[in-house]
Write a protein that binds this ligand. Structure first.
Ligand code: FES
Ligand code: MG
Length: 556
């Protein structure tokens, strides 16, 4: 009675309590996360589907980690959102759940939480914005922000032009429409088998975005009957498929951290080396910004992710039998996918970029647990480079120096930015692709090697070595680099080397002191105490694993 009576206050008749599946719709809609602002409408479409299939839908809000507004970084809150999603799904009497996400961190957060509960779950991402259009030219979210800022700085664009351009760039609901982290994670949710085929690419305002929501609503009711839980879908094979798809779409480097974190929730063994090994043989098929020319709308009209997956499957690069939310193996979902534009989705035989040119995983005495470099966003001539380090303790220190006309820097300099790892910042922000020093920009230099323990926006570019692990704040070798030390980046050999003797490094380590953390209470304290390193997914150590849906005790 206590369950029914209060629910009836919302106008539900007694007939809905006949034992039909109760489907939660976890909605990360928020005006503070503009990429997710329209998810309420998607939830309505999902509800229609749930009712049609004989379920009882109940939407509930989760927190939303908006990439653009949250400080110090939305990544600081991904784990908090994942905790909230997990606890809400478990604590309420749900039989299955539909996960509505959009902006970068919201997709992995929901998958992490749902994986730990392991009730039947299907994801519906909110879809990308329409292509940006500025003066007859397509402009991509993120990617063009960085470009326009550089143009403004170099005096090639006025402030008025920038104001006008920003409205042209974000002209509809939806998440970033470049192949940034949000588009990447939407595609990987589909590649993992957790969202319906084709669902990742429908623009946020396209009628078919709502159709796919309705289909997901229908499907989740059947999934409850089939007891099709995330742990049956999110297997090692599914993660291997996602890694290969990430390489084929030229996906965000952030996907590495998120996939490691999701895998950790299911106890699926996954390591940084897997990304290099599995990705190395996969050509990049998509010609999308930030590495290429097109945007998500073009990808959608070209046939969407099923075309990419069919091609990989035909080339023997996927585990065809991996189970998906459709209840069918992956190959069945994508075998009929047709390509309508082979400039946007290129063929495996004639790819946009050949195999081996995607994101590379580096190791060496500067990154014993790994680091990554997105080759497709880098300058080929810098991927093998030796130069003297110019070290900055924090990203802020660098920003103070960036305009100094006397900065001791040449195009050969390797900029080292430390203090940007998970514990050090905290939250591992997207500050690694720092802008070039004004002195070099004025000389027409367009790229230089940068090394950082932080992340880079999925829409960013440059020869930037990211995710250096362990991070400087826990005494990783990055903490020991001094200005003037030579550093060698050898991407073909997958190494990152500090050319300083072992004895000298040992002496520096001896003298190194761990900086005191200013956080003694609150969530940020919890975060710095428990976050794992980048190569482990930067999840909380106490959240690893699957805890299941069981609730041991009653409330009244
Ligand atoms: Fe939300 Fe890019 S800022 S997806
Ligand atoms: Mg982003």
């Amino acid at each position: 009675m206590i369950h029914r009576s209060w629910m009836r206050s919302q106008g539900f008749g007694p007939d809905v309590f006949d034992g039909r599946p109760v489907i939660g719709i976890a909605t990360s809609a928020s005006e503070l996360a503009p990429c997710n602002a329209h998810l309420g409408r998607v939830a309505e479409a999902v509800k229609r589907g749930v009712w049609q299939a004989g379920g009882f839908p109940l939407a509930f809000p989760t927190m939303a980690t908006g990439e653009t507004l949250m400080r110090p970084t939305a990544m600081l809150y991904r784990n908090l959102m994942a905790m909230e999603v997990e606890e809400l799904i478990r604590a309420n009497p749900l039989d299955g759940v539909v996960l509505l996400s959009g902006c970068d961190k919201t997709t992995p957060a929901m998958l992490m939480g749902a994986a730990s509960v392991d009730l039947p779950a299907v994801m519906v991402t909110g879809g990308p914005m329409l292509n940006g259009k500025y003066r007859g030219q397509d402009v991509g979210s993120g990617t063009h922000v960085w470009k326009f800022e550089e143009e403004l700085k170099a005096g090639r664009m006025t402030e008025e032009e920038c104001f006008f351009a920003e409205g042209c760039m974000a002209r509809s609901n939806g998440h970033c429409m470049t192949m940034g982290t949000a588009s990447t994670m939407a595609c990987l949710a589909e590649a993992l088998g957790m969202q319906l085929p084709g669902s990742a690419t429908w623009p946020a305002v396209d009628a078919r975005r709502f159709e796919t929501g309705q289909d997901a609503g229908r499907r989740i009711v059947a999934m409850v009957e089939e007891e099709l839980t995330p742990s049956k879908i999110l297997t090692r094979e599914a993660f291997e498929n996602a890694i290969r798809v990430n390489a084929a779409i030229g996906g965000s480097t952030n996907a590495i951290i998120h996939l490691l974190a999701i895998a950790g929730r299911l106890g699926v063994p996954l390591a940084m080396a897997d990304f290099d090994e599995l990705g190395r043989v996969v050509p990049t098929l998509l010609d999308l910004m930030p590495s290429g020319r097109f945007l998500m709308e073009d990808f959608c009209y070209a046939g969407g992710l099923p075309v990419v997956m069919r091609q990989l499957s035909e080339a023997g690069l996927l585990h065809d039998g991996a189970l998906t939310v459709t209840g069918k193996p992956l190959a069945d979902n994508v075998s009929g996918a047709e390509c309508w534009n082979s400039e946007v989705i290129t063929a495996v035989r004639e790819p946009f970029q050949p195999a081996g040119t995607g994101t590379a995983v580096l190791t060496g005495n500067l990154a014993p647990d790994g680091a990554v470099v997105k080759q497709s966003a880098a300058s080929p001539e810098l991927l093998t480079h030796t130069g003297p380090a110019l070290v900055f303790e924090t990203a802020e220190d660098y920003h103070h120096a960036v305009d100094d006309p006397d900065l001791d820097v040449t195009p050969d300099t390797v900029l080292v930015i430390r203090g940007a790892g998970p514990k050090g910042y905290p939250g591992m922000p997207e500050v690694a692709n720092v802008p070039l020093p004004a002195k070099l920009l004025n000389q027409g230099v367009t790229d230089m090697v940068r090394i950082c323990d932080g992340r880079m926006s999925g829409t960013g570019y440059g020869t930037v070595v990211l995710h250096v692990s362990p991070e400087s704040a826990v005494g990783g070798p990055l903490a020991l680099v001094r200005t003037g030390d030579l550093i060698t980046l050898d991407t073909p050999a997958r190494t990152l080397t500090l050319r300083v003797s072992d004895e000298e490094l040992a002496a520096r380590r001896e003298a190194w002191e761990r900086p005191a953390s200013p956080y003694v209470s609150g969530y940020t304290w919890l975060y710095t105490e428990h976050v794992t390193q980048a190569h482990q997914g930067a999840d909380f150590d106490f959240l690893h694993g699957r805890r299941g849906p069981g609730v041991p005790r009653d409330s009244h």
